[in-house]
Design a protein around this ligand. Structure first.
Ligand code: CP3
Length: 341
């Protein structure tokens, strides 16, 4: 068992900086495309044998030090009672966006074992096959709320912010329900066997620092506090974190996921040297030459040395256009230059 990732999560000494990539199972891999040619995305997420197969692909092809469960942050939103579809053009579409109290009243807090048994089964299959740790994940309450209120992806989050500002009680009520869901969903993944969890807060940076502190942070902080009782490392990826890192620090996460828009050295200065960080190569840097990728990897590794622990990753999800050999070169560069001593 390669446990470098878990030891780095705990801030322990490691022989080599571990690396995995957000969205490492996906369309840039021909092997993923081959599986997807026969099934739609949601069916793939809900078929344990196939979800396990695509989870394993990047572990074999890239040689990463951790696997992440193949699923989507919106899977439990569907289990809460909203209809979900993925379209080729606009991504996820949630039926009847949440705009009033009765819509929020109708949402259930699902029981993962009963309502999403495929997630549990996928984790069981993976734990039997994997030789690297398995990461479970959930969307953060706020990021999930944006999709549910907007009905899908959004540019300006007009409906979300309008609810936040004009009907703060309803917004809070929704965020409380989502916090319960996130906590119980991740606790169930941990019971089934995941060895770390990551909370994706993709839209954390889309609100002002004031609103992040008042309306976003308290809920994710509560979920993290509950999850820490489960005894596995909790990674919090707050995207576009540069302007809110002093608040993100208060979340209580064990590991801070850093996006690519901030220099890793600056992020560590803001979080303090006792922090364990994860990140933060620009996904587009994988369009550079292999030599240039090495240089950027070295720069981030060198800065990562100033933290208590560093897990190498991209600063956001890998893009479908990425050349596979360049992703392989990235992992090799981390393993070559991330050696201690
Ligand atoms: O990291 C992994 O390899 C595990 C799988 C994973 C997926 N989505 C698979 C996926 C994870 C961890 C996610 C998280 C996710 N999903 C986030 C948070 C991370 C982030 O990127 O900020 C968000 C915001 C979503 C919602 C979502 N899912 C969108 C907006 C889209 C459409 C855009 C896109 O990238 O296609 C998806 C679809 C999706 N999720 C795909 C995959 C592999 C593509 C589906 C396909 O095969 O066509």
């Amino acid at each position: 068992m390669n446990d470098t990732f878990l030891r780095a999560c705990r801030g322990e000494q490691v022989e080599c900086t571990p690396v995995w990539l957000m969205r490492q199972a996906g369309r840039y891999l021909p092997q993923y495309q081959a599986v997807r040619a026969n099934v739609d995305f949601l069916t793939l997420c809900k078929t344990p044998e196939l979800a396990a197969e695509v989870t394993l692909q990047p572990v074999d092809i890239l040689g990463v030090d951790a696997a992440i469960l193949f699923s989507d942050i919106l899977i439990p939103v569907e289990a809460m009672g909203m209809s979900l579809e993925f379209t080729e053009k606009s991504g996820p579409v949630l039926g009847e966006p949440l705009r009033n109290k009765s819509a929020v009243d109708k949402l259930i807090v699902p029981d993962t074992e009963d309502d999403m048994p495929f997630v549990i089964e996928t984790i069981r299959i993976l734990r039997e096959k994997l030789t690297v740790p398995l990461i479970g994940f959930s969307g953060a309450p706020f990021t999930l709320a944006t999709y549910m209120i907007e009905g899908g992806s959004s540019k300006n989050f007009v409906h979300t912010k309008r609810m936040m500002f004009q009907n703060s009680r309803l917004f809070q009520y929704l965020m409380e329900k989502l916090t319960l869901m996130v906590t119980s969903y991740l606790a169930a993944q941990i019971r089934a066997g995941v060895q770390a969890v990551q909370i994706f807060d993709t839209w954390a940076g889309a609100v002002t620092p004031y609103d992040y502190r008042e309306s976003v942070l308290p809920f994710v902080k509560k979920a993290i506090a509950e999850l820490k009782k489960e005894g596995v490392p909790v990674i919090y990826f707050a995207n576009d974190c540069a302007g809110i890192l002093h608040e993100v620090k208060k979340s209580g996460a064990d590991i801070f996921g850093i996006d690519w828009k901030i220099d890793m050295g600056d992020a560590i200065k803001k979080l303090g040297k006792k922090a364990v960080v994860q990140g933060n190569l620009d996904p587009c840097a994988l369009f550079l030459s292999k030599e240039e990728i090495e240089e950027r990897v070295k720069d981030i590794l060198w800065k990562g040395e100033t933290a208590r622990g560093h897990i190498f990753n991209l600063g956001h999800g890998i893009l479908p256009e990425t050349p596979v050999e360049h992703a392989v070169a990235l992992v090799e560069a981390v393993h070559k230059y991330g050696r201690k001593g």
